[in-house]
Write a protein that binds this ligand. Sequence first.
Ligand code: ARG
Length: 600
Amino acid sequence: MSKSKADIEKILSYDIILFMKGEDFMSFIKETEKYLQDVFKKCGYEIEEVTLESSSRRDLGEFQINSAMSLAKKYGKNPREIAQNIIDNFDDRFTNVNIAGPGFINVSINDEFLLKRMNESINDFDNLIDKYESKNILIDYGGANAAKSLHVGHMRSANIGEALKRLAKVLGNNVIGDVHLGDLGRQSGMVISEIKKRKPDLCYFDSNYKGKYPKLEITPEELAIYYPEASKDAKENPLRMEEVREITAKVDMCEEPYFSMWKDIVEVSSNEIRKTYDYLNCNFELWEGELSSLKYIDKTLKVLEPYMYESEGAKVIDVAKSDDKIEIPPLIVIKNDGASIYATRDLATIYNRMHSDFKPDELWYVVDARQGLYFEQVFRASYKSNLVSEDVKLKHYSFGTMNGKDGKPFKTRDGGVLQLNDLLSMIREELSKKMNKYEDGNEKNNILDKLTVATIKYADLLPYRTTDYVFDIEKFCSFEGKTGPYVLYTMVRIKSILDKVNINSEKIISIYSETERNIYLKLLELSRILNQAYTEKTLSYICEYLFEISSLFNKFYGETNIINESDNEKKDSYVSLLKLIYNTCSKLLNILAIEIPSKM
Ligand code: ARG
């Protein structure tokens, strides 16, 4: 569900003000707003907050202050009179101060003020942003299923989750991520039944076997084919499906030798899954999952016991509320055969997280939208039973799907689910065609890997989190437009100029052109961009912003001969500007978990 504009404004005005950390780090905008509030106070007007709005009419001023209008009624004065009173008290940080219409104050920023902030930010990103009051946040994302391959939905969770984690950290929180592996479920029965079919003589399947069971030997290559094979057969063959069910139930009840076999399979599978996450620069602090939650189930059930009742043999918790707009069915906690299910393991995981040393203030689930109702049930059950206290936030941040050009979830040519590794190979191949100035080899591979990750991440993070988007490989891989390759190409270009001129300067001395000024003003906007991204939990704003900065730089590059500039002071200043852009964008790309190649 995407948020309405009004909703978003509401969150912005509350959350940001409540949680933004005060005095030590302050963006230019926030500092100026504080200053303005003081001026209003000094002139005798009590005002909760003053907003410095970016102006679309640059000829009138770079920023606008509209507060005089809202004060007019309260103080029974003409707003223009208030505005005049305010501007008479400004110090020299603004230029081009004027009052327009009923009482809008227009201002531009004094060069010296602007450059001071820019110079302080060349090597210090924190000077461009605002930090929040630090919270402990645990993010559950990734969610790959053991023994099955990762698909596109898992990729979205990984990309968005990792980036939100990095964003939350940059803004001052303590954040850790948990991959929460799907390592229990039907796939255990599938894989073990396939092993049984292929290697019936293994001791695990011999009911007369009395010895100690050895560790199961299985290769990643075997694993890759076992699940799909078994799944295909079980669909057509009811007897096979029955066997799969039986084995799954045994694993779920921790029955040996199946339970240990499954743990061995999960180990091999997690190593493979880890490689894909590594490729995508996703680093999980925790590798927990459904399997590791089993040891907390008893304790969890004790907490839940007073709220559970029996329904058709199963144990359930009512989670409906009287003002629900849609029916929220009771949450099944234990199945009628006494086995745990997905929900039981999520509740046990929550139990463990709440009792961990990390003590989260917030738990975020970056999981696809189809699990929305499920998480609502789990969250309600958690609060109702006091598994989680009311002051801890449980949030499901879902995302839209990646569709094909027909508007339906993207499928392979033969109609199957697109595997993540296949998607990555497709992108890599497309990019490889454009990189033919490089000979095949390590260097090319390295560049292509980084470019592939950048391409898919940028394309995946650019749409608003909750909207669906269309997979368009040509568009994603283009070196022009809002794409990963365009942004990276710009960064590589900046880096190569910096390497070429090799000048130590770190001071911007003056503003020589309109485009430069626009770059600085854009950099001032960064604090708002990050706040908006964080409040709405979408990386789209950061992607758009990177595109805008890149375009501004490329305009500047087209207008300016940096390398051959004969005025040394000017050249030094340009170099410093380039460093400022490069350093700032590197940090932003790092939030998106995108790495910049050394060449392109
Ligand atoms: N393994 C799940 C799936 O593929 C996602 C897990 C999401 N996290 C959670 N705590 N339930 O659908």
